[in-house]
Ligand binder design. Structure first.
Ligand code: ADP
Ligand code: TRP
Length: 329
């Protein structure tokens, strides 16, 4: 059976971007593939969280994964830092990664721009750690959003390069997997770019009903079309993208016709989107509360996940050590 791995950094609550870009695929894939999902807490160290932050965010994201429908009986969920073998593979991959190519990664360049006072080595080698997560499991498919595509290309490059350097056919090149056949980029509620925690334009899975409605009703729009069949400006295109995700294609087509014949009322469209968002989120919200208050269950799930992931990781590391020329330990 094909293997699937994916993870998300625990840096806050999951939002609709994470859900439609990643977690929804996880839930779908667990029935068809040999899946493992993890919480990328080592990756979150690039922004120097406190111990308290780490503990809380790991628990939050685990509760949210479960609330979205990941079933640990089908797909083990583990915490990245519980599987220390990943660090060893990270070291080996670092030795074959070049400064120039790491500096060219767009998300690195963006971080340099956004946080010039904290351009640490972990940020630079982020793609190596991500590749270690993936190659460790010899994953065939990795469900991620569009923004991860460059990191995925790096993972494939590192797999090929390792095979070439050691003249083996050992690592497979992992494919990006998109739930909707094409990469999803969920726009933010401010009408610009992508929904993201650091962008401050998110609808969170744990937002209560009132907050969801308020956020959607306040989503940025314009004055409305001034000509028939007019091309949509970016903010409006983004609202339609969100509408299709929340309310379905039929609803989006319906409002699209209204846009084209200039009868659209954004307020009506948003009302429907808010209602559909709440229908989607109400049961998830309820389950988040239930899981996050059951520490014993969360602990058990993390322990079982760590066991499953470590067993696989240990096998890979033994093989990799042998390929590189290290003694068996
Ligand atoms: P954030 O941008 O809020 O920090 P992350 O970078 O932690 O979110 O993303 C975790 C996962 O969710 C990744 O697979 C990423 O591709 C996906 N994701 C995040 N935001 C979006 C979005 N707006 N659209 C599609 N996928 C997204
Ligand atoms: N870089 C991913 C993100 O920011 C998180 C991540 C780390 C990941 N390691 C991974 C995703 C391995 C998929 C596979 O969202």
């Amino acid at each position: 059976m094909e293997r699937v791995i994916s993870g998300i950094r625990p840096t806050g609550n999951l939002h609709l971007g994470n859900y439609f870009g990643a977690v929804k695929s996880f839930v779908k894939m667990q029935d068809e593939y040999d899946c493992m999902f993890f919480i990328a807490d080592w990756h979150s160290l690039t922004t120097h969280p406190t111990p308290e932050n780490i503990r809380n965010s790991v628990k939050t994201i685990l509760s949210e994964y479960l609330a979205c429908g990941i079933d640990p009986e089908k797909a083990p969920i583990y915490v990245q830092s519980d599987v220390k073998q990943v660090l060893e593979l990270y070291l080996y991959l670092n030795m074959n990664a070049y400064l120039g190519e790491l500096e060219r990664v767009t998300s690195f360049k963006e971080k340099v721009r956004k946080q010039p006072d904290n351009v640490n080595a972990g940020l630079l080698t982020y793609p190596c750690l991500m590749a270690a997560d993936i190659l460790m499991h010899k994953a065939d498919k990795v469900p991620v959003g569009k923004d991860q595509e460059q990191n995925m290309e790096m993972a494939r490059l590192f797999a090929r390069r390792f095979n070439r350097i050691y003249n083996v056919e050992y690592f497979k090149e992992p494919a990006s997997f998109y739930f909707a056949d094409k990469a999803v980029k969920v726009p933010g509620l401010d009408g610009t770019g992508k929904m993201g925690k650091s962008e401050g334009n998110c609808l969170y899975l744990c937002d209560d009903e009132k907050t969801v409605t308020k956020k959607i009703m306040r989503a940025v729009t314009d004055q409305g079309p001034t000509q028939l069949n007019q091309e949509k400006p970016e903010v409006i295109q983004n609202l339609f993208t969100l509408c299709e995700l929340l309310s379905g294609k039929e609803a989006a087509d319906y409002y699209n016709d209204q846009y084209n014949n200039m009868t659209i009322r954004y307020g009506d469209m948003k009302k429907q989107m808010a209602a559909d968002a709440n229908t989607l989120l109400a049961p998830i919200r309820e389950r988040i509360l239930a899981y996050s208050s059951d520490d014993a269950l969360l602990d058990r799930i993390m322990r079982q996940g760590a066991e499953a992931a470590s067993a696989r990781a240990e096998k890979t590391i033994e093989e990799v050590r042998e390929i590189i020329g290290f003694r068996k330990i």
